[in-house]
Design a protein around this ligand. Structure first.
Ligand code: KG4
Ligand code: ZN
Length: 348
């Protein structure tokens, strides 16, 4: 794998076409992005229907399906973008965090493609990719700003200082918010994927004070107490053979889960100089979360950016965008070596 040359970097300032590859979980996605912000194609082949019958993602099944899909998804992304393989400036690939077998499919494909086209390869952290989705939405967005990451594996507030440097301000002491939505869905016997199903049911629910829960962790996020409160409530009702109004439980859980985010995030961003908040990760697809943050940010004069659904959930456009900003800022250091491997738990 070769490094980017000075001549290339100069020409990339005018035109840089990145092919992004994302395969960290159950979506095989390939995208072509121009100059970090313009999406020429973003193809997502989802395995949701395959994993639904198992009640969650089965890692081995996910890896096998990525292998079967990736070639076609790459071809479709290039065709839809209306470019030729030779037009691609560099490849960006998610190398962590995620399911190890699933990640390996994308990483190995990306290595082979960059080698055969003789172009640089950039290794991208999946969560940094979620944050970069906002560069696509707001063409003027540039650091410094604040980013709330709400996904299956993360609940974090970050101060994005530059395109390549950030500071973690808040994190979760236990479960991530998306993971909690999924666990609550399972307790309520809702099908996979849990988060969207909890949201759908919550629309017809009302507040149910019987949930015995108080958030007493001041400095960080914590979701295990809320999860346990739902679990205890459901078990108690089952023991007493009383009816559980699933919509009310979903409503109450969702309200408390989002309230915690608002209470901890808004005061920090409100005090900041940039007063700009971007929200990213799968849970930012939740409409109740978006509405509550919109209201609160308006009240507190904070600029809020939340990507549309197709850029909230896993996709390769965000990976290509992050790859671009990494390449343009870290230059030679952004390029991966031939010994690049997938990493299942990768810190930010
Ligand atoms: O970012 P993502 O696609 O994958 C990770 O990087 O983890 O996030 C997946 C998480 C899952 O836990 C899923 O249940 C949750 O995002 N999610 C939602 C919604 N859509 C997806 N949670 C709440 N409401 C939603 N509408
Ligand atoms: Zn994700």
């Amino acid at each position: 794998m070769r490094k980017v040359t000075k001549k290339e970097l100069k020409s990339f300032k005018n035109k840089c076409i990145i092919l992004g590859i994302e395969s960290s979980c159950d979506e095989t996605s390939v995208s072509i992005v121009l100059n970090g912000r313009e999406v020429l194609s973003n193809i997502v082949s989802s395995q949701i229907d395959i994993h639904k019958k198992f009640g969650g993602v089965v890692p081995e099944v996910a890896s096998r399906n990525h292998i079967m899909a990736i070639n076609n998804v790459v071809d479709e992304a290039i065709k839809t973008a209306g470019i030729k393989k030779e037009d691609i400036s560099a490849i960006a690939v998610t190398y962590g965090a995620g399911l190890i077998g699933a990640l390996m499919v994308g990483v190995n494909y990306a290595k082979a493609l960059s080698e055969s086209l003789d172009i640089p390869l950039i290794a991208v952290n999946h969560i940094r990719g979620h944050i970069a989705a906002n560069y696509i939405i707001d063409k003027k967005l540039k650091p410094p700003f604040y980013s709330l990451v709400v996904s299956g594996g993360h609940t974090a507030l970050l101060e994005i200082k530059t395109y390549t440097k950030q500071k973690m301000l808040l994190t979760t002491l236990d479960d991530a918010i998306g993971e909690t939505f999924d666990k609550v869905a399972r307790v309520l016997k809702l099908s996979y994927p849990g988060g969207p199903n909890v949201e759908r049911l919550a629309k017809n629910g009302k507040n149910m004070i019987a949930l015995n829960y108080r958030d007493n962790k001041k400095d960080n996020f914590s979701y295990s107490g809320l999860k346990t409160a739902v679990l205890n409530y459901v078990n108690n009702m089952l023991n007493k053979k009383e009816e559980i109004v699933v919509a009310d439980v979903a409503y109450t859980f969702q309200t408390l889960a989002i309230k915690q985010l608002l209470e901890k995030v808004i005061p920090i961003v409100k005090k900041s100089r940039s007063k700009t908040l971007v929200i990213c990760g799968g849970v930012s697809a939740n409409n109740y979360l978006k509405e509550e943050f919109k209201k609160s940010c308006e009240q507190n004069k904070i600029k809020l950016i939340v990507p549309p659904l197709n850029l909230c959930t896993d996709n390769a456009a965000m990976i290509a965008s992050e790859g671009y900003f990494k390449l343009m800022n870290e230059k030679t250091a952004a390029c991966a070596d031939s010994d690049l491997v997938a990493v299942s738990s990768l810190p930010l």
